[in-house]
Design a protein around this ligand. Structure first.
Ligand code: GLN
Length: 287
């Protein structure tokens, strides 16, 4: 009788089984399975490709299965891994913070472009969450001083961990504040924010964002209430000619520009992402 080889416990076969299950809930089922398996083994994805026939131990298999079960409830991969790549960093994330989105890198690029010719720019990041925007800017500009604000103490704790992890604490100041409420009256060359902007009525409030902090995602008045508040309150915190730069939804740039104009800003400009969606709007304040 030939030797029967049970391949069910191999990396390759576990990945296939898990990704077949994840097809129901994820557009990136195989990739998700790879990330979660690598995490269960304490290795990277290259290891999985190098050792497809390797068998898992019982405890590794159990860890992997419980991650897959949780993922099947739509729980985000980033929260299962405890991290999410953004810009050049792999940021620590917990369910207390919004998971940084790749499209927010456009805000970082636009910010870096605007401060290109400024020496030691002072920057304010409102609603910093994991610290993604603040840390990305600080990491590219060692002369920049960045104040990162969030109303959630738990979110700020995550942002501080990230600042320490990436050696950027010297450049960062953290303030727990509901927008400008607790920010001392100082002037910034640039204020950036990725505020909540999803309409509470929006079908976008789909399954896969239900585990994220809703206060970081959803805003009244069709998603415009925080954008409006920030635009109205920024003046005293901007240098003459300073910029306010906001991320918003694909259909919110007209409304955002109108609010800028109502509040006497100038040089309004919207920027589209790689999908051709208006994603960032900025304006300067000159008087
Ligand atoms: N871009 C995020 C999403 O569509 C929303 C981020 C936000 O509200 N600031 O899920």
């Amino acid at each position: 009788m030939g030797v029967e080889v049970d391949t069910n416990d191999s990396i390759q076969s576990l990945l296939k089984q898990a990704s077949d299950k994840l097809e129901q809930i994820s557009d990136s089922a195989y990739f998700d399975a790879e990330l979660l398996l690598a995490h269960s083994l304490g290795k990277n994805r290259t290891y999985l490709h190098t050792w497809p026939e390797k068998k898992l131990s019982l405890s590794e298999k159990n860890t992997f299965h419980s991650l897959i079960e949780k993922r099947l409830t739509d729980y985000p991969v980033a929260y299962l891994l405890g991290s999410k790549p953004f810009w050049t960093m792999d940021l620590i994330v917990t369910p207390d913070v919004l998971i940084p989105r790749p499209e927010t890198e456009l805000l970082v690029e636009t910010a870096l472009d605007k401060i290109q010719n400024m020496k030691s720019p002072r920057i304010l990041d409102l609603g910093t969450g994991s610290g993604a925007i603040a840390l990305a800017i600080a990491s590219e500009r060692s002369d920049a001083l960045v104040t990162a604000v969030d109303c959630s103490a738990k979110a700020l704790a995550v942002a501080k961990l990230n600042a320490t992890e990436f050696g950027l604490t010297q450049q960062l100041t953290f303030i727990q504040s509901d927008w400008f409420n607790k920010v001392p009256l100082t002037q910034f060359d640039l204020i950036v924010s990725n505020p909540p902007y999803i309409d509470p009525e929006d079908s976008h409030l789909r399954e896969n964002i239900r585990y994220e902090p809703q206060q970081a995602l959803v805003a009244d008045n069709h998603g415009m209430s925080d954008i409006e508040k920030i635009i109205q309150k920024s003046h005293p915190f901007l240098t003459k000619g300073g910029f306010l730069m906001l991320e918003h939804g694909f259909d919110q740039h007209d409304k955002t520009i109108a609010i800028f104009i109502d509040n006497n800003y100038q040089n309004e400009q919207s920027i589209a992402d790689l999908n051709g969606n208006w994603r960032v709007t900025l304006a300067s304040y000159n008087s």
